[in-house]
Design a protein around this ligand. Structure first.
Ligand SMILES: Cc1cc2nc3c(=O)[nH]c(=O)nc-3n(C[C@H](O)[C@H](O)[C@H](O)COP(=O)(O)OP(=O)(O)OC[C@H]3O[C@@H](n4cnc5c(N)ncnc54)[C@H](O)[C@@H]3O)c2cc1C
Length: 397
């Protein structure tokens, strides 16, 4: 009786090498991606399973991210690196290959906290906060969502009322990334003139951050409730150029752009981890990778990863070339998070029982991506935004 032997192993390619997407990048972009990847591989990955298990994100990482120029890296001046959008996206991808918690920290600090001050703040607010936030000497958060208003932030109940020249804020914000770590919070509130933004130092009396525990997702990330109980602020705390809900929504669009790339990092890491495993794991006397069913999974996942990368790069080039529409970012966020989650889950199947521990990354990535699917606009909200662009009809309510 003859036994089937595995075919000989010839040259192998990593999934994105097969697509040749590196060839679409400039030398600078490739250098930035390689630098962040090295930092993630050497400084972050060795610790991530412990941090995930103990639900911690060491605060000192902020300074290390700052030293690498990752905080507000696509902003100009005030100690920010001023890179193009594609470079920012690639940094998000490399960070999220480590863990979505790292990318979330950097996204919130750069694209929500810093951008809200950069875009809508006074010169004094920018001088006071941006250089410290860029260096990681201060940590920022962005409070828009409330317990009863997530997908529909326009219904927010947090209220800012004038008292003489001061503002007094009352309300509760929910699910706020970096909340318990933050030195400064951008808080959005209803006023008699509509939604306004406020720069709130977190040591202001009446401000409390309560961290949310027992999370099954984004465990290496601090997520908090913010309570504002008669928080009194001077007139200078208001963001002077933020008028209405479009202001916070424009910041969310920037952060979402980072996710278009970032989610692919989690997918790439899942796939590469699984490829390595499947090459060495023997089942029925042959490497798991030599079976057609496994190869079908690997090929289909590679296809979706590569297509997602081409979409991300296309949106990045549009953004660098003059502008990308929010609905186009919705296309990218919807597709790339959905596919990354599918890839991470499929990878877990190939890992078998080994896939359910923190020794291998795919299930950790899949759990994280459940949050990424929900924040910065749920998949349903992005479907509705695309539906509106196609039909001209808003079906949100
Ligand atoms: C880990 C994490 C970190 C976060 N960080 C921040 C942060 O830093 N700052 C911040 O402000 N917020 C943050 N958020 C909040 C996040 O943006 C909200 O969770 C998100 O907008 C969804 O809101 P919700 O949770 O209230 O869900 P809901 O709005 O209650 O939605 C529940 C479900 O209903 C669906 N739904 C809602 N409306 C419709 C509709 N019209 N048609 C069909 N389906 C609908 C949704 O798609 C979803 O599936 C974070 C959330 C998480 C989980």
């Amino acid at each position: 009786m003859t036994t089937l032997s595995a075919p000989p192993v010839t040259e192998t390619l990593r999934p994105l090498e097969l697509f040749g997407t590196d060839q679409l990048l400039s030398e600078d972009e490739r250098d930035i991606a390689a630098t962040v990847r090295k930092f993630v591989d050497t400084r972050l990955k060795p610790h991530i399973s412990d941090w995930f298990e103990s639900a911690t994100l060491p605060k000192e990482l902020a300074k290390e991210f700052g030293k690498l120029g990752l905080l507000g890296m696509h902003l100009d001046g005030y100690g920010c690196a001023g890179t193009n959008a594609v470079s920012y996206g690639l940094a998000c991808l490399e960070l999220e290959a480590g863990d979505s918690g790292f990318r979330s920290f950097v996204s919130v600090q750069g694209s929500l906290s810093m951008l809200s001050i950069y875009r809508f703040g006074s010169e004094e607010q920018k001088q006071e906060w941006l250089p410290r936030l860029a260096a990681g000497d201060a940590i920022g958060c962005f409070g828009l969502t409330e317990p009863d208003f997530g997908s529909n932030p326009g219904g927010m109940r947090t209220r800012a009322r004038r008292d003489g020249t001061d503002w007094v804020l009352n309300g509760t914000k929910m699910w706020i990334t970096n909340g318990g770590l933050a030195d400064v919070a951008t808080v959005w509130a209803q006023t008699d003139e509509g939604v306004r933004g406020f720069v709130v130092p977190t040591d202001t009396p009446g401000f409390t951050a309560n961290n949310i525990h027992k999370k099954l997702s984004l465990r290496a990330s601090v997520t908090s409730e913010l309570v504002l109980d008669n928080v009194r602020l001077p007139a200078s705390a208001e963001l002077p150029l933020a008028r209405g809900l479009s202001a916070p929504l424009s910041c969310l669009n920037e952060a979402r752009f980072g996710i278009v790339f970032g989610a692919l990092g989690a997918a790439r890491d899942s796939l590469e981890t699984t490829l390595d495993y499947a090459q060495t794991r023997e089942v029925f006397d042959r490497p798991l990778s030599s079976f057609q069913l496994t190869q079908e999974k690997l090929a289909n996942m590679t296809l979706e990863l590569g297509k997602g990368m081409l979409l991300a790069l296309h949106l990045g080039r549009l953004k660098d070339g003059g502008g990308v529409r929010p609905e186009q970012v919705s296309l990218g966020k919807l597709n790339n998070v959905r596919e990354a989650l599918a890839i991470a889950r499929e990878c877990r199947t190939i890992l078998g029982g080994s896939g359910i521990t923190l020794e291998y990354s795919p299930l950790r990535h899949a759990n994280n991506l459940e949050s990424v699917l929900t924040y910065e606009g749920t998949s349903e909200m992005h479907l509705l935004s695309i539906g509106k662009a196609l039909t001209g009809q808003a079906a949100f309510r």
